[in-house]
Design a protein around this ligand. Sequence first.
Ligand SMILES: [Zn+2]
Length: 1149
Amino acid sequence: LQCEWAGQNRCRLNSSRVLMLLGQLERLNGEAVVTDIEAIRQVTGKILHLIQTQEKTRKEIMTKGSSGMEVILTSLENTRDLQTILNILCILNELLTVGGGRRVGVFVSKGGTAIVLQLLVQSGKEASPSEELMLHLHSLLAKVGPKDRKFGIKARLNGALNVTVNLLKQNLQNHKLLLPCLQVLRVYSSNSVNAVSLGKSGVVELMFKVIGPYSKKNTTLLKVALDTLAALLKSKMNARRAVDRAHVPALLAIYQDWHRNDTRHRHMLIRKSILGCIKNITNIKLGRKAFIDADGMRILYNTSAECLPVRTLDPLVNTSSLIMRKCFPKNRLPLPTIKSVFHHPLQHVPASGPVAQLYSQPPGVDDVVDESDDNEDTEVDTENDTENEEDEKDPRNDDIETDINKLRSRQVLTRPFEELRVYERFFREFSEDFQVKALPLLIEWEGLEQPNMTLQSPCLMLCLNKWAIKSPSFRLWSNGTVSSGMKELHSIPFGICWDGVCDKLELELVQGLSQLLLDASQSVNGGCGGEGPQEESGEQAVLEVPDTAALLPLHDPDLYLVMVKGTCSVPGYTEVAYPDYFGHVAPNFREHILERVYGVQRSKIFQDIERLIHPTDILDKVVYDLDLQSCPVIDDGECLKFNSQFESGNLRKAIQVRKFEYDLVLNSDINSNHYHQWFYFEVSSMRVGVPYRFNIINCEKSNSQFNYGMQVLMYSVQDAISGSPRWVRTGSDICYYKNHFSRSSIAAGGQKGKSYYTMTFTVTFQHKDDVCYFAYHYPYTYSTLKMHLQKLRALRTPQIYYRQEQLCETLGGNCCPLLTITAMPESTGNDHICQFRNRPVVFLTARVHPGETNASWVMKGTLEFLMSSSPLAQSLRESYIFKIIPMLNPDGVINGNHRCSLSGEDLNRQWLTPSAELHPTIYHTKSLLQYLTAIGRTPLVFCDYHGHSRKKNVFMYGCSIKETVWQTNVSASSSDLQEDLGYRTLPKLLSQLAPAFSLSSCSFVVERSKESTARVVVWREIGVQRSYTMESTLCGCDQGKYKGLQIGTRELEEMGSQFCVALLRLRRLTSPLELRNHHTHLLDMESDLIETRCNITCPTTYVMEEDEPAFLEEVDYSAESDEENDPDADHAHLDPSSDPEFTHQDSLT
Ligand SMILES: [Zn+2]
């Protein structure tokens, strides 16, 4: 310290001269009129000399707390003497040349910019301003401008723009003066209002005079002029002006000239700047048209192709591809309508909203495209100042609930108890006295008749002829028998407990199966004489069904077929997909999150652009089309065969575009015209060893985990038959990007000019004559659920109390099952019965969103745990009464919807005011909860299982007033709010117990947009403090034991069982009885759980719904024609080691 002090002192002594001079200058400034011009000239001259010769004097002037800058600026402001002014400008130029932003910051904060700009304006008024003065002024402004955020406004308000412009016009050949003037102009132009005004002064034309063909001379100047031009062309008015004067072909010609001549790539930045001009000009429709007319697509395509091998030219390829995508003529989706191909007329149409809109649409309206796609450039450049970037609201905060009243629990009983009383029947456990001799589990049939079936032995051997395997999905019954089959369907008792008749029934079910099989091939038990249409081959193959029943305790192919018969689908499906029939045995190998191949998206986009450039290469052959009465079945050996007419399937159309490339169109949710994300379809007739490219071309979300290492799932029937019945993560060259198919404003929620997205993947098939299935995520059909419930029911022991009831019927005529699971009372003694009845309730729901199949797998894990014989499970059952609705949206699941129910609405946005007619499952689920609250049995925990398409890991959303308030700037001091921190405990426990669970991804903020979700309504209206949404990733984990791996059903099921373990621990922590016993220990533990995460200063981060932030792949995410924010507008990526496609990922996920 002493040393440092001494050093400073010495410095002060040595530089006393400059301080002395500054003192003199300050005194001179103080004089009313500067009379002694000579003196001030001398002083400033000496200071300049010192500065030029001794760096330390610069430091001395700029040192913190020094008034040097102020003194110098005051002198500049006061003096009229040219020599003095020049001296001072030189001093400032010297001072600001080094020292980076801080020195400029001091200059700006002392008002330097305005002083220099005023000087510029004054000098500009003179008849012949000194060239030297102008040079110095502009040099100084060129240094200051880029670092003064208000520079553009200041320049305009001071009237400096025209001074510079006039100077430029007069000095086009004077390169010495031209450069600093252009540099200043470049900064002026970056302000949008300035750009308009400069354009009116003819600066665009001026810039076109400066730029020109390839030349080694004046490249710095050229670069600045190009950047200025690019900035000016961001103004639509300027762009139009440039198009009108035929500058688009000129720019393309200049670009080609540089491309040809810059063989050693020394001037990549200039070439990039030319592209920058083209990029901005093509933001307007006229510009895009001019670009196409000038053969821009071919020019940029060809130049890019030549640039591709040189990695350092990537910025050129990327910008070119951006321009080409933008100019790519918007195409129409190859559909007659975007409404679902299947119809389910609603008896009650919602009064307002998208469904009402859909129903009020006049017939014959083309909803696939509309005039919005023309992207008219009607907007006029803004004349208002738009520079208040600082004041820009953090968009994340917009959605946070700030109304304290809405955040407070308002457990008001909104319905009279009399109305809720009907739900009493679902809570028999509250009144069960077990005094009757009858088995407590024997529950009536709820009015359903017993099936009339007889016994047969299980049938694991399935005979299929060659036809069957070739023409894939198992056909359940031939067309002639559908109706009778359907009748039989309804008689199949699903959702009932067959207590005491269980074994008999299972055998009966098998008999039902054999009937089904007979319908299909009449061949099951009596040999394999299939009678399919292609039977003439005579070849028969006996295919042994993989014995998944042995590997999968809850799976039984035969039982599955029976369940399918009881499932009502809108299309009336008669086929079963093999994967659902055989079952899925999770593979033992690890499936890593895929590392993205460099440039994959770019190369896919180039292939798309080739469609336009080489149209004759495109086949455009429709090979599957549900919109046609007879869906084409092309069997010419030249194309794949597609099918998805089975439960949860949703492929609408397949078009062969190239020999091994297909465009696929997904069906929208029923009674909706969008929500395309989930997919499930079948492919056959493939060639072995050839990479096939599949493009799902009507995706809607702006980003996807397919950009972050997620693969699609594939199921090979050949593999299944040879002993590996399983879904595997597969596909290479996977990416997700905005495409050139336009989305009508109807489909885009009123937004105009939006495009669809393409999800592309490439697969090489391994087996000949295989039938393969592709899915977005591990399918889990409604029939699968029913099968699992049957099997679970069979796992009952005398210790388990299990009831399955029909909560209600869905719009599609399916049953929504409600399960009650707890432990039987230890005895029929009063104490035990009392304990039994008074166990706290845990209420679980899942699969409100059909596309989130992972939620069902987690639920399966929970259910299996609850029905298991382990002591933990028994202990858990003794602790709680579980009320579980494992599938809130059966219809959506069955019909291959992604998000909605048959009413075309997102059921998880209906919880505030569910309609008994339109949203029966939600209405009755909420009623159950209202009933519980009404009788004083509000659940301890409510959790709704979901899947998350944009984030990794498993995590929870909860509700907390405090955390919500912390995230906003609401002045209400959070100390006023009383809140129990118990909502933290369960997620905390889960993070300790479940490897896939990530506490840091959890959020407890209440968002406005979620006000009608289960989580928020159950928290606020029902009063469940521990009300959660549990979100499971569709992709994989980036932390914990499964870091770097994609998630599979094993991990999802584990999550479900660990959820149970966490509930058991929660019980131990919250049980008053046990607290009495282990008072201190448990209190410590609870406080520890709370302390570690819940101290006031550290609320969890607020997580946006749209989750994984916009993927910043440099090129491809900003191809919207009106997109202004090009992430690399100002800095070229020259570092070849940095892959612009991927470097952002880690920091953003
Ligand atoms: Zn969901």
